[in-house]
Design a binder for this molecule. Sequence first.
Ligand code: BDR
Ligand code: CA
Length: 301
Amino acid sequence: TTKIIMDTDPGIDDAAALTMAINDPAIDLKLVTAVAGNVTVDKTTANALKIIHFFSKDIPVAAGAEQPLIKPFEDAARIHGESGMPGYDFGNDYGKPIDKTAVEALHDTIMAEDEVILVPTGSYTNIALLFSEYPEVKSHIKKIVAMGGSVSGGNMTSAAEFNVFTDPDAARIMYNSGIPIVMVGLDVTLKALLTKDTIEKLGQMNKTGEMLHALITHYNDGSDEGRPMHDVNTIFYLLHPEAFTTKKMWVDVQTAGPAIGATVADIRGAYHDGKTNADVCLDIDANYFNQWFLDEVSKMN
Ligand code: BDR
Ligand code: CA
């Protein structure tokens, strides 16, 4: 099995990514850390707990950064609703986060587990704080499979994708950390839309399908043609890398100016002497993604 830690800001697509990671037997989800992003960190922490509780699992959740390193915090409640997971009643009995900060929990889990993969699906604030406080963790992380960025234009500004835009300084630290990164950005997530037909089928499948269907029908991203389940692409990549076309590139991040939050990829490989820090996902089999999504949920309750 693949040992992972998810650092997340649920968020509707984060909730779906957690659903897959919790239930797929090939994935061993060791820890969930929450960060401010789609909504405030108290809400993203509660939402992560709600999803884990929905599946009656006992996976630790730690609360993380309340705001980006430098840039003022701006949420995405207009996309994900005020609660971050609208349209479904998860009840009030979903437990509490552990008594450690996200940085402490990340440190302890990474040092205890060998070869863990970090899967950030929110902004990278917790990860940047972790690397500056405990640089020794870096050699214990196998790789980072991160949703965020784009080499083909943004969804926040014309240049920047939301997770990187939210905390560009943290993203810059992560991309320059020396840890191999798989960039699962808008180049693929906007291609792998969950179709109207897939979403309808989910609603008729089982309790999990109904829950996801309720959240997705309250999701203000995409169009009637389909909904981008951005964060779920990280889990799909872990399980089915053959569905992706990737290219090794040097990626850095713009931290100021009109293109703040843009990921700048050296497509030519020239300036960095052929050195690369990221495997950038450029294409994806969208039909396979839809089929896999339905197939995963059909195995749940
Ligand atoms: C990213 O932004 C968030 O709103 C989503 O959860 C996803 O992580 C897509 O740009
Ligand atoms: Ca997210």
